[in-house]
Design a protein around this ligand. Structure first.
Ligand code: UDP
Length: 353
């Protein structure tokens, strides 16, 4: 791109970036920032106080967090807490916007969508989850009508959960693959990597570990401790180990030693960052044929796609893992999910603003 852009990234206001509270969008934000900086663009990130995005300028904003949209019911109204951090973040953005060419919003929230026509600078919105509430669907649709081409999504499956899927720009995702190390010879264990939350379906992976007797290493932020306790009570003898929320470096060093990553979401996963992180280490993915996972995993080549919610399907797939060549997994990540390819897509998207 000829023009060097000054970009202002607007983070979600769920928790500090780096804490894992906001899920995959934290790594996604970092990767997009890196991909665009590699091409000479300038990036500043407005984010909750305490956020750390290594080597990037972070404009920290204090305030109370939003409630995660995935805990809402379809008909729920829009809720903003007292002392809303999200509101303060967008007040900050309004004050400094003219220093930037474009604002890229990462929050799955009504407020930034609603504010879009009131700002002087264009806003691109990256929507990081599928359709969850009617109020959010309506807010996104309103932006599409007024500013066509400004709503980005990760996968076709994600876009199709909304009534306006054709109007969305599909951007996939990309990763700094140099951060992940290939491992040819795994130890006999399986991995499960996600926020500990009901929409991630951890209990199915634990049930599969119990049935196969293969140890399961669990990594991710503890979002819902009651849910975790319930799983421990239901499967007291399952061979599981919880390693906590790890840095990308520590995560990949554990993940790469595993025979496979199990992905067992109950919801339509918008993308599923952890699938690519596994493939980048040569680790096959066994996942439910649902949402982004079905667009990422080549069944029988880089893992197995299993009937959603079927523990016996997981167990059968685990038994076939010897059929997968770990080099094929590694190559799939390199060919499709590099930062270079991601940077291309975002530059192209921004050139239409
Ligand atoms: N993750 C991490 N450390 C952990 C477990 C997970 O950094 O111990 C990150 C992982 O790199 C990924 C994110 O958490 O970027 C999970 O994202 P995903 O898209 O799979 O699911 P989401 O939480 O967005 O629903």
């Amino acid at each position: 791109m000829a023009k060097r852009l000054k970009l202002l990234f607007a983070a979600p206001f769920i928790g500090a970036l780096g804490s894992g509270a906001a899920g995959g969008v934290e790594l996604t934000l970092r990767n997009i920032a890196q991909a665009l900086r590699n091409r000479g663009h300038d990036i500043a990130i407005a984010a909750p106080q305490g956020s750390v995005v290594e080597s990037f300028q972070v404009i920290e904003v204090a305030g109370n967090p939003q409630i995660s949209a995935q805990t809402c019911d379809r008909r729920d109204p829009i809720i903003l807490p007292k002392g809303s951090g999200l509101a303060r973040l967008w007040e900050t953005i309004r004050a400094i916007q003219t220093e930037y060419d474009l604002i890229l919003n990462f929050a799955y929230d009504w407020l930034p969508l609603y504010l879009t026509p009131f700002l002087q600078r264009p806003v691109a919105h990256l929507i990081s989850m599928g359709s969850l509430t009617d109020a959010m669907d309506e807010a996104i649709a309103a932006v599409i009508r007024q500013f066509p081409g400004t709503i980005g999504m990760h996968t076709i499956s994600q876009a199709q959960t909304f009534p306006f899927s054709e109007a969305c720009v599909i951007l996939g995702n990309g990763f700094d693959l140099s951060q992940y190390e290939f491992c040819e010879t795994p130890t006999p264990q399986l991995a499960w990597v996600a926020r500990i939350a009901p929409e991630k379906g951890l209990e199915d992976a634990v049930a599969a570990a119990q049935q196969t007797g293969i140890p399961l290493k669990i990594m991710g932020a503890m979002e819902n401790p009651e849910y975790w306790q319930k799983i421990l009570q239901t499967y007291p003898h399952a061979p599981i180990e919880y390693a906590g929320f790890l840095s990308t470096q520590a995560l990949q060093s554990q993940l790469r030693q595993c025979r496979a990553l199990l992905m067992t979401p109950r919801w339509v996963e918008a993308f599923g960052n952890v699938a690519i992180e596994a493939l980048a280490c040569g680790v096959p993915v066994i996942g439910y044929r649902r949402g982004g996972i079905a667009e990422i995993v080549a069944d029988g080549k880089t893992g197995f796609l299993v009937e959603p919610d079927s523990v016996s399907g997981l167990v059968e797939a685990i038994a076939k893992l010897d059929q997968i060549n770990r080099q094929d997994c590694y190559k799939a990540a390199q060919t499709k999910y590099s930062l270079e390819a991601l940077g291309d897509r975002y530059e192209q998207w921004f050139s239409s603003f």
